[in-house]
Design a protein. Structure first.
Length: 170
């Protein structure tokens, strides 16, 4: 699974997504221009010490990203009508998210078929969900569908079986 951020603007959000990808095994891809430097202390702070554990690639353009990410592309927008929970995700899927303020670019929307434009349901009257939170919601659902593949014991001894069954009694 891959997370593709198109022109992310806020370093702490991207840092949190770095940490998320390190924890789930998702590849992280950023499309320039970025609203921050990769050396930004807030990016590092958001990702804690997970930067080395995450697989992160920076692409100069959406076309460049498309060339190396041939899987199904799913875009996310508050204005879409199909919920992310209605999709069966695959290992090679690419989850495409736009910038915090503007959402997906027209170029990104045109690269994704209409039936693959998804939304995260929310209450009426709200505009959007924080980018890092939105990515987390969808990545964990996709990973859950794949049986938390690659998960292992953490410091508490939890395994993917424990996570799937909810049997936390030890």
């Amino acid at each position: 699974m891959h997370v593709l951020l198109v022109h992310p603007e806020i370093a702490p959000n991207t840092g949190a997504i770095v940490r998320l990808c390190a924890n789930t095994g998702a590849g992280l891809h950023l499309v320039e221009p970025l609203g921050f430097s990769l050396d930004d202390r807030l990016l590092r702070r958001g990702g804690l010490d997970y930067h080395e554990a995450a697989s992160m690639t920076v692409h100069g353009s959406l076309t460049e990203a498309r060339a190396v990410l041939p899987g199904r592309w799913f875009g996310f927008s508050a204005r879409s009508t199909t919920s992310y929970v209605d999709i069966e995700f695959d290992d090679d899927d690419v989850l495409v998210f736009g910038a915090e303020r503007a959402g997906l670019t027209d170029e990104a929307k045109s690269a994704i078929s209409a039936e693959r434009m998804l939304t995260i349901p929310m209450r009426p009257g709200n505009r959007s969900i924080n980018l890092a939170n939105a990515v987390s919601i969808v990545v964990y659902e996709a990973w859950r569908q794949r049986g938390f593949a690659g998960a292992g014991p953490n410091d508490d001894g939890l395994t993917s079986e424990t996570l799937l069954t909810g049997d936390f009694d030890r």
